[in-house]
Write a protein that binds this ligand. Structure first.
Ligand SMILES: C[S@@+](CC[C@H](N)C(=O)[O-])C[C@H]1O[C@@H](n2cnc3c(N)ncnc32)[C@H](O)[C@@H]1O
Length: 189
């Protein structure tokens, strides 16, 4: 059996301020939010109080240990609106068509690009986001130095735009977040 390569990567928790990122995302009460490749889920935990009990957060990662870590945090904080899911989003996102208002993919896209898995992933992202919804990509800026992945696998704003606009999205805006990251916002047409 061929073992699937999983690009784990580190949590960006140390380098990003959830409030700064979530303020750019503009979550509203009742929103359905997808944290795609959520890792330890620290964005999902912070988003939980923004969408309130009428909203819902789907936190998806392929790595069971990360999802188990998130499950513990959910239990310890008595959170009821996050659904942690183990899934491989290069195969299928286990959500219905047009069921998500806002989706964040933080520090994951470069890994799919490197492994040439982006076409499946982006088709699935496009399928689950509602028309009029938003997709947010956060990546380490394509500049030399640590922290972050090797320079040659990093994506700049133009790379991200050139990828995402092929999947039914239009570019909305680009922002620096924290010292090292770029956030790019798209609209699902
Ligand atoms: C660099 S971490 C980023 C985690 C989190 N978004 C953050 O910013 O801290 C990349 C995450 O993508 C997940 N991942 C990699 N391949 C995946 C796949 N095929 N399906 C779902 N998640 C995947 C990894 O398990 C890892 O948690």
């Amino acid at each position: 059996m061929v073992q699937k390569h999983i690009h784990h990567g580190k949590s960006s928790r140390k380098h990003l301020d959830t409030e700064e990122v979530l303020s750019k995302i503009g979550l509203l009460r009742g929103d359905i939010f997808l944290d795609a490749g959520c890792g330890d889920g620290y964005f999902s935990i912070a988003a939980s109080s923004k969408v309130e009990d009428s909203g819902k957060i789907y936190a998806i990662d392929i790595y069971k240990d990360s999802i188990n870590h998130l499950k513990n945090e959910i239990q310890n904080n008595s959170i009821i609106n996050i659904e942690p899911i183990v899934a491989d989003i290069t195969t299928k996102i286990p959500l219905p068509d047009e069921s998500v208002d806002k989706c964040l993919m933080a520090n994951v896209m470069h890994g799919f690009d490197k492994e040439q898995e982006l076409d499946n992933v982006m088709s699935e992202i496009s399928r689950v986001i509602k028309s009029g919804g938003n997709f947010f990509v956060v990546e380490f800026k394509k500049i030399k130095g640590t922290p972050g992945p090797p320079l040659d696998v990093r994506l700049n704003g133009t790379d991200i735009k050139d990828i995402v606009i092929n999947y039914g999205f239009s570019f909305e805006s680009s922002h620096n977040v924290g010292k090292y990251h770029l956030l790019v916002k798209f609209l699902r047409k």
